[in-house]
Design a protein around this ligand. Sequence first.
Ligand code: PEP
Ligand code: MG
Length: 311
Amino acid sequence: DQREPVEEVRPQSPVKPMTATEVKVNVSIPEAAQRAAATGADGVGLLRIEHMILSLNRTPEAFIEEEGVDAYVSELVDGIRTVADEFYPRPVRVRTLDAPTDEFRQLEGGADEPEEHNPMLGYRGIRRSLDKPDVFAHELSAFRRLYDMGYDNVEIMFPLVTDAEDVHRAKRHLREAGIDPDKRTWGVMVETPASALGIEELAQSGIDFASFGTNDLTQYTLAVDRNNEHVADRFDELHPAVLRLIGDVIETCREHDVDTSICGQAGSKPEMVQFLVDEGVSSISANIDAVRDVQHEVKRVEQKLLLDSVR
Ligand code: PEP
Ligand code: MG
């Protein structure tokens, strides 16, 4: 019999375990919202806004020029709303624009993007947003519109933050967009070593949460390009240097009452889940297909910690 053996499918328990650590889900596109919500996740740990924009096949600037600001804001409102509706009242953490210029260059209007030797170290994330206050303001006005519509479960997350100065500037933009940073839940991704090492200052900048972007944090800490196949075997989110940064950030954030989370791919790995729960992370966000396994792994580690504490 030459047939390939049928891959064994591990039965998933239909029961969602109760855990102290929240288990959330990453949603890449609004179309996946229903499937993501059906996992029973405690919310969305990462909804990437750039996928809504990349699907328009134009850079934000080109889209705004051709269709107008209102159409741009409406695209974002509709995309986020699809997910926020599906999860309400569970929180949905939406990340502001974060695509590298080489991805934007593929799109209509992409020729206007700066040509960069190393886009991953370049013009992306909060850097781009702060440098393009008009586009950023339109994006934030989508959040404002959602809040006005009653979507108080929407949270705002800023990517690729380097230091507290980035946060103070982003906060000013929130205010200018009519969003009161003291009344809404917002925070940053910790994905540069600088943001991890400077967490003390960041934690006192008004943020409600810090979420580990382990894809980038690993790339920058180990100097391993996440898209370079020649060094792919060196890409290790569980490297002691990465774990040390993460552990220190969790400890400092706890002292300042700032929530911690993970939204990088490593949040779906049992070894990382074990490490994070041990360290006292507030929530873990996993891929849709990994949520149930992560829920059970979290439960197992929490029970072990409890037993160890009474022994
Ligand atoms: C990360 O860096 O871990 C992350 C979640 O962001 P992205 O993969 O979109 O850079
Ligand atoms: Mg990232």
